[in-house]
Design a protein around this ligand. Sequence first.
Ligand code: UD1
Length: 364
Amino acid sequence: MKILNIVGARPNFIKIAPLMTEYRKHKNIDAILVHTGQHYDDKMSDYLFHDLGIPKPDINLEVGSGSHAVQTAEIMKRFEPFAISYKPDLVVVVGDVNSTIACGLVATKLDIKLAHIEAGLRSFDRSMPEEINRILTDSISDLLFCTESSGVDNLLAEGVAHNKIHMVGNIMIDTLLSHLEKAQQSTIIEDLQQQYCLDIRDFAVLTLHRPSNVDDALVFSRILDALEVIQADMPVFFPIHPRTRRNISILGLQQKIDNLKNLYMLDPVSYLDFLKLQADARIVLTDSGGIQEETTILKVPCITLRENTERPVTVTIGSNQVAGTDTGKIVTAYKRAVNGDYREPQIPPLWDGKAAERIVSTFE
Ligand code: UD1
């Protein structure tokens, strides 16, 4: 069986890694890896391959950045001839990035079976590019693998046939559990302590990259106002996405950030270092999807800087609060979390490190 696996952006690498390991146990599977090149900076791409032990991609389509239409079209143009010549029995896409829908569309139109991992998640916010990618990818997939029960419910409500849907758990958590011990050996906290002459007890971690947060000066400013309160209590470490770094100067926010003396902007950090930072943080503030899930497993309070989440299980049984981007609401959520006024999170069903095994067993 020939399986063609697609990665493009940083979170994809984390989701594909356990599959590549699992395939090796199946002699009848010939799996290859295509990198679209959506993310191309060493720190957004190569470092992850190294940290996660993913084999080098068999091909890199090197599409790079562009508008949504340009990026999606370019991936499709470059992927199609490769898919035609390789003739896979199955194309596997993960998550909700432009590479996911672009390669999914190519596969479907070539009449190649398509599997989508992390299917059914819905924020019900169509202004989010990822929501469009999710809905479209799910509507053309033959095998849909869900991480949480809301995903199954959403797909059924959209009319997806029951027999196409598989509740398999969370593949990103497979990666987390298999790398946690190694991550605990990371020296990132000592390094930061030394670099900034800090005596760190509690600290917060911040990530921001959604266009709705970092392309709008007013929204970005409101988040920074909340951080002013938080950094007065503890250092805030902010590994910064290239898009966010660029926008800070474009939107004229550098001075405001410089005034936050206990906020430390870092280059994007490796997967293992970031896992260590999350695991030891007093609190994590983020607009990422995956981090809401990782903090749930690590039992670290998470504040989601968005108005909604497509991962509701992280709120209902996890440690996540969806605070939006209003300064007062973020500060209130922060106080609730650090004052211990939140439930000990539970582990969602099947987030047990065996999702890849369950997924590959359905391929045979
Ligand atoms: C993409 C995904 C988003 C995911 C995120 C993880 C889409 C629509 N969005 O967002 O869902 O959460 O990846 O990081 O697919 N850039 C670089 N170097 C890189 C990559 C990007 O400098 O290696 C800069 C470029 O200025 C680029 C911008 O970041 O224009 C945005 O990159 P893009 O791939 O379009 O989307 P992300 O914001 O990374």
